[in-house]
Structures are given as C-alpha cells and as structure tokens.
Design a protein around this ligand. Structure first.
Ligand SMILES: N[C@@H](CCC(=O)N[C@@H](CS)C(=O)NCC(=O)O)C(=O)O
Length: 201
C-alpha cells in the first residue's frame, strides 16, 4: 500500500499512529505530496486533492482518514482500534469526530493566518473557529478521566489533535485551566507511535 501524505498533516499522523499501534507500519510506503498544489498523482487517486489518501495494492484508493483507519483496522489480528459493537464503538467514533473537528477548525485557522492575505483576514471567522476548539477542549477536560489507559482510534484522534495545536498554536496555551487533559496528553505523547510520527523539525 502507498500512503500519499504530507509531513505536517495531522490527519495523516492519525493514520500513521494507528499503523504503528497495530503493527502495520511496515506494510505502507509513503509518497510526500502537497495537496494545496493539486498534483496529478494525488488528484487521480482523490479528486479532493487531500491527504491522507491510501492507494491499495490493486490500484484502488481510499480517503478520508476515518475511512482509511477503518480499513487498516480490519487488516490485523490484534485488538481492534475501533470496537465492533456497543457503547464503546460509539464513544470511539464520537471521539474521532471531536478530534477531527478540532483539526478541521485548527486547519482553517492556519489557512486564515498563513494563506489568506493579511488585509483580508476575517476576525469573526477566526474567533468562531477558536471558540469551537476551546469548547471541545473544555469538554475533553471534563472527560479526561475516561481517556486514561485507552489505546484506540478515539484516544489517537484526540492526542493527534492536541499535538497539532502545539505545532500550530491555533488557540495559544490550551493546557491552561485543563490540567487533567494536559496530564493525559503528556503521558500519551510518550508512546513510541507518537514519537515515531512526530513532524520533522
Ligand atoms: N476529512 C479529511 C481532512 C483531510 C485534510 O484536511 N487534509 C489537508 C491537509 S491537513 C489537505 O490535504 N489539504 C489540501 C487541500 O485542502 O487542498 C480527513 O480526515 O482525511
């Protein structure tokens, strides 16, 4: 399998952490692309020109990151990263949605601050996105006890989202006032899967 990726994409990192956790990292080769420049090999596999995009051995492709993670989770014989049934399944999928939602908002903030000309910056939009992230973080602080000791797609998604906030500084000091979440993340960030997938530099 070939993963079309970029080094800083947090959605790619979610897939990469899962690959390490389930022991499939050696099955995937990586092709570095810039989705923003719409390269032909990427748009051929994913008309949305987004990473991650997974190219399968039969030439087919899968996107986006939740679909790729679901596919990969069915390729190994170990403990499922997405529980198959019950309340645990819906908790994990909801946590993935929350982590991905934080990332969607953080990426939009990054675009507003780094790609849009400064004179066209829209403060109302920026603050709307920042408030969504702040509310998600407050929710996670209240729920942090339920994250402890778990390795699944829910906790992976949340950890990757928090790491991206550190990388881009989308909402400043997110740890302030959220000690339980900060402590949980400090521990999760030490996992070999997180260390192996850290963005360069
Ligand atoms: N929902 C998608 C989001 C992926 C995404 O936003 N990827 C960004 C990089 S972080 C991208 O490829 N952007 C290029 C573009 O929008 O043209 C997923 O979960 O995979």
């Amino acid at each position: 399998m070939l993963l079309r990726h970029s080094h800083t994409s947090p959605f790619v990192r979610k897939v990469a952490v899962l690959l390490h956790e389930v022991g499939l990292a050696g099955r995937v080769t990586f092709d570095t692309v810039d989705g923003w420049s719409e390269p032909a090999p990427l748009t051929a596999d994913n008309p949305l020109s987004m990473v991650p995009t997974l190219v399968l051995d039969d030439g087919g492709s899968l996107y986006d990151s939740p679909v790729i993670c679901d596919y990969l989770d069915q390729l190994h014989g170990g403990k499922r990263m997405i529980p198959e049934t019950g309340t645990a399944r819906w908790r994990v999928l909801r946590e993935q949605a929350l982590g991905d939602g934080v990332l969607d908002n953080a990426v939009l903030i990054f675009v507003e601050l780094n790609k849009r000309p400064e004179e066209k910056r829209w403060d109302w939009w920026l603050q709307l996105k920042q408030r969504a992230i702040e509310r998600a973080l407050d929710h996670l602080e209240n729920d942090a006890g339920g994250l402890v000791g778990r390795i699944d797609l829910g906790t992976i998604s949340i950890a990757v989202a928090l790491a991206y906030l550190d990388l881009r500084g989308a909402v400043g000091q997110w740890r302030t006032g959220r000690p339980a979440l900060a402590t949980w993340f400090a521990d999760f960030a030490q996992r070999p899967s997180m260390i192996a997938t850290a963005p360069p530099g």
